[in-house]
Design a protein around this ligand. Structure first.
Ligand code: GTQ
Length: 349
């Protein structure tokens, strides 16, 4: 049969959709423009979690449940545009984990990769694959996919750190696996500082063969990162939007330190007034030092140390600093770049 005219009757179409629906078919033309959009469309909203407002809740969680019972005692930073989804962006999870003196968060492993960024306290540890690292504020610590890890606090003060995980990404791929170690703590097989000594000084053991895509350095200490920023400040050119920004790298191949999460530390000098910037990687910021302002979309947030905020994909934002500011941040940039998706744009100052 030759069709001589296009059927336009809405009832005919509806009947057709119902018929083909029984074969699990659905017409693209009804949804195409919502699927392939000219610019990013998502529900992620700009948001800030001010530490002064939430610290009391974090400490109160310590009275309600032990780290052992909770397995991980964490308050999730949930994007207000994605309620109930345990996501801070479409692809990433963030939370603030509390570990009290004497507590242990028992050993387990999972396919999700995690970063820890120390926010408050001093001297708790994370153990990964047989090595412990003592954590200090501003340290960036990696738990690679499928490695055993437990956390403990031998200090006399509570410790709080930011957890960043690729939970939504792993869920998207249908690739989540997890298991528990039979005891609370895993056995230690290497002395503290082993990985930093071997891999963190521009040296590599002869014949070293990487077995994963994650950096073998598992604690990037703040003291070293801060020193690098201070050194760069002497003669490096400022980016008009981002100031001086460092990327944590895997010393084996120069790629991002983690395969799914890009991690950054930037310095904005006192008086910095950044030009507008946007990129397709929605970014989570953790303020280490200084006070300033972040205008994200229509909203302006003033921030100070230990505050966390999120800039959605492709939303314009600008950063300014009323004193020297140091910001840690993370995003899914490594994945977007490998998929040739990542874009950034600078606006007019
Ligand atoms: O420390 O292993 O915030 O498994 C969420 C899931 C932390 C962890 C989180 C986890 C962990």
């Amino acid at each position: 049969m030759i069709m001589t005219s296009t059927p336009t009757n809405a009832d005919d179409r509806k009947a057709f959709y119902d018929t083909i629906g029984q074969q699990n078919l659905t017409p693209l033309w009804e949804v195409l423009h919502g699927l392939v959009t000219p610019e990013p469309v998502h529900q992620v909203q700009p948001a800030i979690w001010r530490y002064d407002d939430i610290r009391g809740h974090i400490m109160a969680s310590g009275e309600l449940i032990t780290a052992k019972e909770a397995e991980r005692r964490v308050l999730i930073l949930e994007n207000p545009g994605l309620p109930g989804q345990s996501k801070i962006t479409g692809s990433l999870y963030a939370g603030l984990q509390l570990i009290l003196p004497g507590e242990v968060a028992p050993a387990h492993r999972h396919t999700q990769s995690a970063l820890r960024f120390v926010v408050e306290g001093e001297g708790a540890y994370t153990a990964v694959d047989g090595e412990r690292t003592t954590m200090h504020p501003g340290d960036f610590v990696i738990t690679p996919s499928w490695t055993w890890h437990d956390h403990g606090n031998d200090s006399d003060r509570p410790m709080v750190w930011l957890d960043g995980l690729d939970i939504p990404m792993v869920s998207f791929f249908g690739a989540s696996f997890a298991e528990k170690w039979p005891e609370d703590s895993q056995p230690l097989s290497r002395p503290e500082g082993d990985s930093l000594a071997r891999y963190g000084q521009g040296l590599m053991p002869e014949g070293y063969q990487a077995r994963t895509h994650t950096s073998p350095v598992f604690n990037y200490p703040y003291a070293r990162t801060r020193e690098a920023l201070e050194q760069m400040r002497i003669h490096e050119k400022w980016d008009p939007a981002q100031g001086l920004k460092l990327n944590y790298v895997n010393p084996v191949n120069g790629d991002f330190a983690m395969p799914t999460i890009g991690t950054f530390m930037q310095l904005l000098p006192k008086g910095f007034d950044g030009i507008p910037y946007r990129a397709t990687d929605a970014t989570v910021f953790s303020v280490v030092e200084g006070t300033g302002e972040a205008t994200i979309g229509e909203q302006t947030f003033s921030f100070g140390p230990r505050d966390h905020f999120v800039a959605p994909s492709w939303a314009w934002y600008r950063l300014s600093a009323s004193e020297d500011c140091v910001l840690f941040s993370f995003s899914d940039r490594p994945v977007q770049q490998k998929l040739d998706l990542w874009r950034e744009q600078r606006g007019n100052g």
